[in-house]
Design a protein around this ligand. Structure first.
Ligand code: HEM
Length: 142
């Protein structure tokens, strides 16, 4: 084996047996629910269906969502959240969430910005959920 077990080229500590604290908890997603599958679905599904709105609904930038409306959508088959002031219909995404359904449902029907940043500040919600954006939270309701 190279480098040999006691070689100075080896990193200190044991790389093969990480402590429990440093291991990432892996969630098993349903078949067909990988990030690539999500990208494929969003590219072929009409936007109004992903947004969960009527086809005649104005583009997201022109739609204001009151907080009282956001609160009504908190179940797995009708789930909205607000991240950085943007309101998304995450119903079609829930089963694709790499962190699992239970975790993402914690932001259902409410502002998920803090939780989102706590768990993955590196993820870009605007890009990932672009096709699911319903509108912006009503000014004053943030
Ligand atoms: C719209 C809301 C959310 C979206 C779009 C989203 C998206 C993602 C994405 C893309 C990943 C994979 C990150 C990576 O592998 O680098 C991920 C992982 C994860 N998410 Fe979320 N997430 C959302 C909400 C949440 C919430 C509310 C929680 C917790 C309460 C959460 C907890 C996690 C956890 C624990 C992981 C696994 C991280 C790991 O592998 O170490 N997420 N999420």
């Amino acid at each position: 084996m190279f480098p040999s077990a006691n070689s100075s080229q080896r990193a200190a500590g044991s790389l093969s047996t990480p402590s429990a604290a440093s291991t990432r908890r892996k969630v098993a997603l349903k078949p067909g629910h990988s990030p690539l599958d999500w990208a494929a679905l969003t590219s072929k599904t009409p936007k109004h269906k992903l947004r969960g709105v009527a086809p005649s609904t104005p583009p997201a930038a022109f739609v204001q969502v009151p907080k009282s409306e956001l609160k009504l959508h908190k179940t797995q088959d009708d789930c909205w959240t607000c991240i950085n002031g943007k309101v998304f219909n995450i119903t079609p995404y829930v089963d694709f969430h790499p962190g699992g359904v239970d975790e993402i449902m914690k932001c259902a029907g409410r502002d998920g910005t803090a939780l989102f940043k706590k768990y993955h500040s590196w993820v870009n919600p605007d890009r990932l959920l672009e096709s699911c954006m319903i509108g912006v939270i009503k000014p004053g309701d943030e």
